[in-house]
Design a protein around this ligand. Sequence first.
Ligand code: PLP
Length: 397
Amino acid sequence: MGEEATSPLFPTYGRYPIAFVKGEGSRLWDVNGNEYLDLMCGLAVTNLGHAPKQVVDRLKEQLDRLWHTSNLFHIPNQEKLAALLTENSCADRVFFCSTGAEANEAAIKLARRYYQRVLNQPERYEIITFHMSFHGRTLATLTATGQDKVQDGFQPLPAGFVYAPYNDAEAVEKLISSKTCAIMVEMVQGEGGVNPAKPEFVHKLVELCDKYGLLLIVDEIQTGMGRTGKLFAYEHYGIEPDIFTLAKGLGSGFPIGAMLGKEKLAEAFSPGSHGSTFGGTPLATAAGIATLETMLKDRVPQRAAEMGQYIVSTLSDRLAGNPLVKEVRGMGMLIAIECRQPAAELITAIHEERVLVIPAGPNNIRLAPSLVIEKADVDHGIDVICGVLAKKAAAAV
Ligand code: PLP
């Protein structure tokens, strides 16, 4: 794991000793021609599988026509993707960027600016976020992230973030002060261990936002684009966030992010107050349009709900007696097998059987398969995972 001392890359990633050169559907091939079953989709990114035909065709067509123009000109694909997103969500406005961290950065900036410029309350800039959240690695978003290890060594951090325990609305209310402007939350904490928010917690957050005049920001970067069995995870809770953010699955692997919000927020931004050279290029938005159109046409979120339920119930049944396993949980196709020991060694053993899974926190094996994966592939993946865990459990006694 990690970069060799001879590598010209900064050692920012702990890497597995595998290098892929080709992907198709739920299959990946490494440099030696070995075939893997992909149950992680990057990190919950290639929701339609690798190289989905509809997206490839659209990108090829756009590649031949136009890749990039400045945001100083109108970009018809941006307008089209924004219309598709707003027609299918609670949002009225969209800002495009390239990554999840940038989408959250835009959400933080919009919340601050709304209070400063629209409501004329510059003293309200503080955002409440949660322990074990993950919101990105720019300075503001790593500060929003409630994990010491992500913030370590980057002090001084920007002011304006306080942290509450997840699923604890009472603790949130205690943190609300005359400085608070927003609450930022994931509906399922992905990097934090695949922890779904409890419905009563989410409803209480909405109540608190109403009571104290706060904005509710939902980070859907991992949970959005069908991953949890709805197009956006907030739909499970019957709520409408003021702002939500997308990236990962939005372009099927082509870099694109989006920050979406309610109409009342539009006047907070003005030309020059925010922007990005690469935000919403004709090419990136072509990937987004093809992805979203495919998801809607093929009812991909519904399929994810059904297949996710099948995976969780099958894994729960088959791992019921395994002493290494504490719990199987998930929402749609964002799933964790929580182990009673660190999961790293188990994950490596599963990779050795040519099935790809990822960690989520120290003890969890995370599964984030393509939302259109074939059932036979799911069954093979389940067989391999259960086989490896059974073998490891037998070796431990
Ligand atoms: N927010 C959530 C919930 C995420 O899972 C991630 C990435 O894992 C991010 C934000 C950051 O996205 P990016 O790595 O594209 O900046």
